[in-house]
Design a protein around this ligand. Sequence first.
Ligand SMILES: NC(=O)C1=CN([C@@H]2O[C@H](COP(=O)(O)OP(=O)(O)OC[C@H]3O[C@@H](n4cnc5c(N)ncnc54)[C@H](O)[C@@H]3O)[C@@H](O)[C@H]2O)C=CC1
Ligand SMILES: N/C(=C\C=C\C(=O)O)C(=O)O
Length: 487
Amino acid sequence: MAATKTLLMLENFIGGKFLPSHSYIDSYDPSTGEVYCRVPNSGKEEIEAAVEAARAAFPGWSSRSPQERSQVLHRLADLLELSLEDLAQAESKDQGKTVTLARTMDIPRSVQNFRFFASSILHHTSECTQMDHLGCLHYTVRAPVGIAGLISPWNLPLYLLTWKIAPAIAAGNTVIAKPSEMTSVTAWMMCKLLDKAGVPPGVVNIVFGTGPRVGEALVSHPEVPLISFTGSQPTAERITQLSAPHCKKLSLELGGKNPAIIFEDANLEECVPTTVRSSFANQGEICLCTSRIFVQKSIYSDFLKRFVEATRMWKVGVPSDPSASMGALISKAHLEKVRSYIQKARAEGARVLCGEGVDKLDLPPRNQAGYFMLPTVITDIKDESCCMKEEIFGPVTCVVPFESEEEVIRRANSVKYGLAATVWSGNVGRVHRVAKKLQSGLVWTNCWLIRELNLPFGGMKSSGVGREGAKDSYEFFTEVKTITVKH
Ligand SMILES: NC(=O)C1=CN([C@@H]2O[C@H](COP(=O)(O)OP(=O)(O)OC[C@H]3O[C@@H](n4cnc5c(N)ncnc54)[C@H](O)[C@@H]3O)[C@@H](O)[C@H]2O)C=CC1
Ligand SMILES: N/C(=C\C=C\C(=O)O)C(=O)O
């Protein structure tokens, strides 16, 4: 007799209580393609309950001092850290990424998000000016906005959710968060730690479900004056439309089509492995991943040979395999979408040098229905191709040659996105010059994804609106008031 599988059942977390739902959505293990979890399919009713809880908690939480709130955030960081291994295993199963990546990047960064904002909230200053001729002193004060609506995606589930929750509650807001319906488990696990950390009921509410149903109910709610969103550009457009009648504050962190520019004097010993990582880390499912590699003509063939060799070493394996660099993509639909880009490139006459359709995937029988694909390198492709223009958000990168600095800057800037770029050169003057001319919110030179959480993070053009970071998040999650004192 076949054994009945027990599915993990998630519950919403509202007003400090776990509440079951009327209906549920299936959630898949990307490494097997099997349903293993059921996520509440919430809607307006649950958002109403969460608003009520967040409204009730706001006066108490917002009137605590930053020092008191900071202590709570530190305790939560410590508790998350104690659960690091369980969270890493869960994140990997839910998302498809390797356990190693979840253990070394996702969960440590989630812990760091709470520690960082626990500390930075203690160090903000306000402005003060004097008008002696009128006998006036002016100064600013900042106050939390109220109930913050936070919507996060599936690629870095707990990492990006906590990047929003931590600054929002540090500043004294209460929050209603909606994680991606595809990766809700670690958010639900975190809810179990909130009470022990001293987070009062109603300060953090997590409501699970789909974007069109519960996401829109949250965005449209008149008592939620602020939305912080990370995800795709079409969803950002919808959120902007729904927010407009309420004049909500919006922070939108969207996609990228990020260039790597590699000059002939680059140190290829460092550049090649870092560019493999920047192209394929987390299955290429990070908005900061490189997907267009421009290489100066004089080193083009040498770079390409080394890059393809190094890509072939980027092992795809089951997420628990410690030797795997890459796990499974998030969903069947996403895998098909990513593959369709490779088919389009082939149809246009581009060459696929390694990966999809060229090399063979080696997976155990249990994982044959998982959403795996090999890291893929495309070349001989035109800048106008959709693979060079659109965000693929998978393990696919294009390599093309360039001749001059002016030319590569123009080509790198010729897409609608402007999130992140990398520049590789041993010439400091050139590095500065190129970095200044790139239309990109972030430029890493001779490195990738080294994050300084104090400084602004975010994109220009279609990559987003607003910035996040110590000062930027504080300003976003607070309202400023100017006070004039006549003396
Ligand atoms: N940070 C980034 O740059 C990310 C970019 N993407 C891009 O978006 C593509 C599609 O991925 P999706 O998961 O479908 O992204 P998405 O933008 O639809 O989802 C992100 C979050 O928004 C929610 N959402 C969706 N529709 C909504 C609506 N109408 N109102 C309120 N919330 C809504 C989702 O439930 C999820 O929590 C990816 O292939 C990738 O290209 C996806 C995730 C992250
Ligand atoms: N927003 C994303 C990545 C952010 C990384 C960071 O803050 O370090 C994304 O992939 O959507």
